[in-house]
Structure formats: structure tokens, C-alpha cells
Design a protein around this ligand. Structure first.
Ligand code: MD3
Ligand code: FE
Length: 222
């Protein structure tokens, strides 16, 4: 077929060096627990909001952060563009989930050793929300990003490290999917051009919309 994208028996796919998609990684029980945890963080201490952009717009996606608060284009401990509150701590159980994600994505028992994510951006997409092509480069660390998807299916667009345009690969992300972005893929452009409303299973606890959790290591102290 001449394609660089291959799947093994478990459905792992390496889209590009370091970029691994593991469909169906989360159990329904794990998805339910994550939805409940995110619902709590969405209420506070810094409530979920449409992030304000520097030129006066707002993002269509709604975001709440834990560990560190991100706003364009810096991390702080307090949500200065929301209510000034210190964000919720990054829980150790999520560090452990991130480490297991690296072990499974890279099929290497040692891949999670030394991985200590200290922030997560939790994005909520209603039917209209999308995320334009961007790079995540506020982190002072090349450690992998771990992405977990729950709820409605979306189109995830994985690009290249040079430009926000082609070449890119479109992948459907379904509830329960894991995606790890490490190595050469860590600073690639990516975005979410489309969410398919009504495709999620309400049994997750999400009646509608899409939840995405991305764990990162900021490389910051304090
Ligand atoms: C590749 N979130 O929060 S997850 C973001 O589905 C973000 O909400 C999308 O892009 C979402 O910044 C995509 C996949 C993802 C997240 C971070 C990455 C891919 C990435 C950072 C570097 C490279
Ligand atoms: Fe991103």
C-alpha cells in the first residue's frame, strides 16, 4: 500500500515518528470517572470558560486547566483571565494514567519512567466548536503530550512542524481513544476542524459534546 501508517493487532497506529493513536484505550468506567472529575474542575476554583484571544476574540472551545493555568500564550498558577483563583492541583492519579499511556502507546515498559506531567488542559467542544491549526510551544519541555478523548467523535488534523497548512493527516478520534505526541511530533501543528454531534454514548456521563484532556509537562517550577 506504500503508506507509512500501520496498525498492529490492538489497533495502535503510529501516524508519524512519536505520534501514536491507541483507539479504545479507556474503559467506560475510566471515561465515567474522568467525566466526573472534569465536571468538578469545570465548576472551580477557576470555572471553565471560552478562552479570550489577544486580539479580542474568544475560542469556540471551552477550557479549564489544572496544575498550571494556560492563557494565550503563557502558563501561570492563577487563572488571571478568569477569576484570579489558583487552579486545582494536578492529581497523582493522573500522573500515573499518563505514565501508563506512554507504556501502552510506545509498547515499552520503561516509556513512562520519569514522565511527570504537571498540567492538563481540558477542552469541551459543543456541536459548533473547533480548534484551528496551532502548535503547543509554551511548555519548556519536550516531554510527550498525552491526549484522551471522551464523548462525540471528531476529526483531528495532524500536520507538520513547518507550516500550519498541508501536508496533514486527518484522523477520527472516538470516545476512549488515546493519542500520544512525543519525539519529533511534539511540536507539530494540529487542530480539530469538526465534531460530529450526537455520536457519543451518554453512558460516559456526557449527554453531548466532546471532552479532550491533554496532559503536559510544562518544565516550569514554582
Ligand atoms: C500534538 N487539543 O489543547 S488533542 C490543545 O482535541 C489541543 O482538544 C486538541 O490541541 C483537542 O492544545 C487536540 C491532541 C494534541 C494535543 C496537544 C498536542 C495533539 C498535540 C501538542 C503537540 C502535538
Ligand atoms: Fe494543541
Amino acid at each position: 500500500m506504500g503508506t507509512a501508517v500501520t496498525a498492529d493487532g490492538a489497533g495502535r497506529r503510529e501516524l508519524a515518528p512519536g505520534a501514536v493513536h491507541v483507539p479504545g484505550w479507556l474503559t467506560m468506567a475510566q471515561q465515567q470517572e474522568l467525566v466526573a472529575a472534569c465536571r468538578g474542575w469545570a465548576r472551580g476554583p477557576a470555572p471553565i470558560r471560552h478562552t479570550k484571544l489577544p486580539r479580542g476574540g474568544v475560542m469556540s472551545v471551552q477550557t479549564v486547566c489544572i496544575g498550571w493555568h494556560w492563557q494565550p500564550y503563557a502558563y501561570t498558577r492563577t487563572a488571571d483571565d478568569v477569576n484570579g483563583a489558583r487552579v486545582a492541583p494536578f492529581p497523582h492519579w493522573m500522573v500515573e494514567l499518563g505514565r501508563r499511556a506512554l507504556v501502552d502507546a510506545y509498547q515499552d515498559e520503561t516509556a513512562g519512567d520519569g514522565y511527570t506531567p504537571d498540567t492538563a488542559l481540558i477542552n469541551f467542544y459543543d456541536g459548533q466548536a473547533k480548534l484551528g491549526m496551532h502548535q503547543d510551544k509554551e511548555e519548556r519541555s519536550g516531554a510527550p503530550v498525552v491526549s484522551l478523548s471522551i464523548g462525540d467523535t471528531c476529526v483531528f488534523r495532524f500536520g507538520n512542524t513547518e507550516t500550519r497548512s498541508k501536508p496533514y493527516t486527518d484522523v477520527e478520534l472516538v470516545s476512549g481513544d488515546l493519542f500520544v505526541f512525543g519525539g519529533a511530533s511534539r511540536f507539530a501543528y494540529h487542530g480539530v476542524p469538526k465534531v460530529y454531534p450526537g455520536t457519543g454514548d451518554p453512558a460516559t456521563g456526557l449527554a453531548g459534546g466532546r471532552l479532550n484532556i491533554t496532559m503536559r509537562a510544562t518544565g516550569l517550577n514554582g
